[in-house]
Each structure stands twice: as C-alpha cells, then as structure tokens.
Design a protein around this ligand. Structure first.
Ligand code: KIV
Length: 267
C-alpha cells in the first residue's frame, strides 16, 4: 500500500514563521514554482511547504525570452489560478519587473497580488529596495528576498552570471542579506551564488536561505518545477538533475494514442 501523502498526515497551514522554525530545527525546506490550479494542487499533495508563483512563468509557461516581459496582469492571472487550489503550502508570488520601483508602486502591486490570493511576495534586490521592503512589512505583507543572480536584471547585465566570486561581491551580498533580514524579510532566495558564499550567508542569518544553483548548504532549495519534471525540455539549467523525463513521456503517450486512433480497423 502507498504511504499517505504528507498533506493528509499534517494539515497545519504553512506560514512564514513555520519556515523560520524549520531553519531553527535544521530541517531542510523544499520549495517549487507553481503556476496554475492542478499543478499547485498536485505539488501541495506531496507536502512541499513553500510554493512560488514565480515570474519564471514568463519563460516556462508564456514563452517569453526572459522574465522582463511579465506583467502584473500575467502574475495576477496565475496567482488566482494557483490560489484556487487552497494549498497548505505557503503561496508566494513574484513582483514582476518594474512593478516595485518605488514604495507606492511596491505597496499597490503587492496588494494586487495578495488580493489575487498570494500569501507573501518576493522581489529582487537588497539595499536598493529597502524602503519598499520596510513598507511592505509594515503593511503586513510577508516579504521574501531574492539575491545573487537577478533574472529581472538580465538585460542590464547581459546574461545570467554567478555571484559572489569577487570579495566585493561577497561583501555586498552579506550586507544586502543582513539588511533584508533586519527589514523583516522571512526568507531569502539565493540564485547562482557561489556555494561557499551561500553557506556563509546561511550561517549569518536567522531567516532561511532558499538556494537555486547555490550549492547544498542553503536552508532550503527551490527549483522551477518544469526543470525538475522535464516538461520544458528546450532548456535545463546545468545545476538541475530532472527527476522525470516528462516531455518524453508525454510525447510517447500522445504518439501511442494517435497510433491507436489511426490504426486501420481490424477486419
Ligand atoms: O521566478 C522564479 O521562478 C524564481 C525562482 C527561480 C526562485 O524566482
């Protein structure tokens, strides 16, 4: 008999505070992206405690070349769909490119995502967005940081570059992480940060670090779900080992169905 799925064993709603307690207990935090109702429901049934409606949806769902074309309307549409699954997991959503340039925009757009069903928001940046982070936290909107390689800056930086190799970069990451934690962030995603620097940031903070391509020593790990399941086979980041060849399985299933449909009738 299959073991019961974890969400049936423990129905406690996951809050930002629970993720902080998981870090304190030394419990690893798995996190995945979710973009719609069935995906959110399925992921939640596995017991993943942290789900993110990431602006990666621009690439893996909407077919944009990068995340800079994702709009607030795109995010609201997908947050609404994911939230209809009423997950036990904490459901966070990305503030998209240029939606949090100042405090007023950050508050207005974070409120739109929360009204759509998000339970927390994430934005890219450190000390440069501190007034926005403070205002969100004061307004009661749980905030998750995102440091290291910042996908929304891809056009500015001319590509996706690993962060933390130079001493100055490492010091900047440490200062940004401390500032976000002091401003009230409940977690920080570290994307493409060198593993030793990610480990040092993780030790320095009381709030969890959630790594992506940043080595094994973060408090949690987040992946773009289609990368893990092999359902976006046209690009897989080097640090991901897909657990399923979803695209191949779909192709095989569909080809089998077509062949059966088109097979000449047996006389
Ligand atoms: O948009 C996204 O999916 C993300 C994750 C890569 C952390 O920000």
């Amino acid at each position: 008999m299959l073991p019961p799925i974890r969400s049936q064993m423990n129905s406690t709603k996951i809050t930002p505070e629970i993720l902080i307690q998981m870090k304190a207990r030394g419990e690893k935090i798995p996190a995945l992206t979710a973009y719609d109702y069935p995906q959110t429901k399925l992921l939640d049934e596995t017991g993943v405690p942290f789900l993110l409606v990431g602006d990666s949806l621009g690439m893996v769902v909407l077919g944009y070349p990068d995340t800079t074309l994702v709009t607030m309307a795109d995010m609201e549409h997908h947050v609404r769909a994911a939230a209809r699954a009423q997950p036990r997991a904490l459901l966070a959503a990305d503030l998209p490119f240029q939606s949090y340039e100042n405090v007023a925009d950050a508050l207005t757009n974070a409120r739109r995502l929360m009204t759509a069903g998000a339970e927390a928001v994430k934005a890219e940046g450190g000390r440069n967005i501190l007034p926005q982070v403070r205002a969100l936290v004061v307004a009661g909107i749980p905030f998750c940081g995102h440091l290291g390689m910042l996908p929304q800056s891809v056009r500015l930086e001319g590509g996706y570059h690993i962060k933390g190799r130079a001493e100055a970069e490492k010091q900047a990451l440490l200062a940004d992480a401390q500032a976000l934690a002091e401003a009230g962030a409940f977690a920080i995603v570290l994307e493409l940060v060198t593993p030793p620097v990610a480990a040092e940031l993780t030790r320095a903070l009381l709030i969890p670090t959630i790594g992506i391509g940043s080595g094994p020593d973060c408090d949690g790990q987040i992946l773009v779900t289609p990368d893990l399941l092999g359902t976006f086979p046209w690009f897989t980041p080097r640090f991901v080992k897909p657990r399923l060849n979803g695209a191949e399985q779909m192709r095989t299933a569909i080809a089998g169905w077509m062949a059966a449909l088109q097979a000449p009738p047996v006389p």
